[in-house]
Design a protein around this ligand. Structure first.
Ligand SMILES: Nc1nc2c(c(=O)[nH]1)N=C([C@H](O)[C@H](O)COP(=O)(O)OP(=O)(O)OP(=O)(O)O)CN2
Length: 175
């Protein structure tokens, strides 16, 4: 099976309120790497001329735009986090740069949300490719990997069209 594999780096900050770790409940940041593996939905033989599954820029362009302009330097907060209400009340323009997640923004959750978003982009581009695997390296020593359908792993708090990770746009929250 021919696969296309792309890696991108981004900075993020988050905090985890529901876990056992007190230090993770204070806002802190990581420089993360996300690696995605894309597979042709209907694999065919290389044509002997162009010999491409899809041009790289088409396969990764929208995804990297999302990583660079929506994920990079964004603050990730669970939708019940009181910091979210604070930003919406006092710094509404910055609140728009907050990634709002269903529950704590753990690496597991973010990996599945990001994979679902990528699949929404790929679906909107004709379903030529599907994301088969995502690897999200939170730190050099902590990595989450998922292969399969991310929708099977994700909470389903609202109808699909009200969940930003199901929409093929640059959104990172639902108002
Ligand atoms: N299952 C998960 N557990 C934890 C997550 C997570 O996303 N999923 N996240 C964190 C925190 O973000 C924390 O900042 C990183 O974890 P930690 O192991 O404390 O990071 P270190 O850099 O200290 O790792 P060492 O290799 O042990 O130095 C916590 N748990």
């Amino acid at each position: 099976m021919l696969e296309l594999v792309f890696t991108r780096r981004f900075c993020m900050a988050h905090r985890l309120l529901s876990g056992e770790s007190e230090r993770c409940a204070l806002p802190h940041g990581h420089n993360e790497y996300v690696r995605v593996t894309l597979r042709p939905t209907n694999p065919v033989r290389l044509d002997g001329t162009q010999n491409m599954v899809v041009p790289f820029h088409r396969a990764k362009g929208t995804w990297h735009d999302f990583v660079d302009n929506s994920l990079d330097h964004a603050f990730q907060l669970g939708e019940g986090d009181p910091l979210l209400s604070w930003f919406r009340a006092h710094e509404p323009e910055r609140a728009a740069r907050i990634i709002v997640t269903p529950g704590d923004p753990t690496t597991e959750l973010m990996a599945c949300l990001m994979m679902a978003k990528l699949n929404a982009f790929l679906h909107a581009d004709g379903d030529i490719l599907t994301c088969a695997e995502i690897v999200l390296e939170e730190t050099p020593t902590n990595t989450v990997r998922y292969a399969g359908d991310p929708l099977l792993m994700l909470p389903a708090p609202r109808p699909p069209h009200e969940c930003w990770w199901r929409r093929a746009d640059m959104s990172i929250s639902d108002s």
